[in-house]
Design a protein around this ligand. Sequence first.
Ligand code: SF4
Length: 333
Amino acid sequence: MSTYLRKPEWLRIKLDTNANTAEVRRNLRSKGLHTVCEEAACPNLHECWSRHRTATFIILGDTCTRSCRFCAVKTGRPAPPEEDEPQRVAESVQQLEIAHAVITMVNRDDLPDGGASYLAATGKAINALLPEVTVEYLSSDMLGREKDIAVLVESQPEILGHNLETVRRLSPSVRSRSNYDRSLNFLRIARRIDSSILLKSSIMLGLGETMDEILETLQDIRNTGCNLVNIGQYLQPSRQHLPVQKYWRPAEFVEIMRAAQKMGFEHVEAGPMVRSSYHAGGQLNSLLQERRQKSAQKPQTKPAASHQPRSPRKGPKDSAPKPQATSPRRPAV
Ligand code: SF4
């Protein structure tokens, strides 16, 4: 029988609701859109919506075809995709003045392409309406199909993310239909298709993993050529979900972050409240800033290694993300 662990002090959530929270909610309802912030009961909702007025859109409905034991998103038979959803997301990004749009999706194993075309269409709709806005996808594994992963890569998001979620040993009991090696392969395939795209992954801690397993997982992710990694604390969304086995301490997150940095990740976000999309725009900005600083210091002699991504991206977004101080838009967080 599992024991219920009391939440430690450092996971106390500050409920700072304000007019922004209401505005974000009103906007999403009026557009008939969903966010992972609400569907997955993210503990950062109050911070992201009220303080930063940003949200992470979840497309293709609010019903997932899988039933991972850590996830609060509901499982069932999803409704058919809505053709105009990409445009509605783009309009919402515009109205909320979001500078870095993070788009995720429910698993759609019922669709022949797993929903890749809809995710790509959403990125393109944002690009068309708001060329200065940067786009990040957090994708399902597309059942490992290269052609569907290619559709995502070729739509040129600034960041393409896919989460490992947990360590190899726990993966079968934590994730449904997803698997550790297929997730690593997703990242490898994306890297092979585009040597310069920014790739991101995330894991959550607290499901019973050991420090050695965490480090092995981070190294596996890094070996795919992944650039950014986020590491956060798992929180049990309800009694029906997997119980928390351990609350990792903030100091342990710092230790893990340092180890990941040594592995060569360009940006590591680690902490009890970190989620895949937490401060996502700020991560992109700081990564690009670090690159600019490094390239200013380095003599331009050697070609970049094959997995080193371009920076910044080509096309109309060459100037994005702009230094936020000069941007008329809200700062990406
Ligand atoms: S961390 Fe991401 S999912 Fe959570 S509230 Fe913020 S934007 Fe939404």
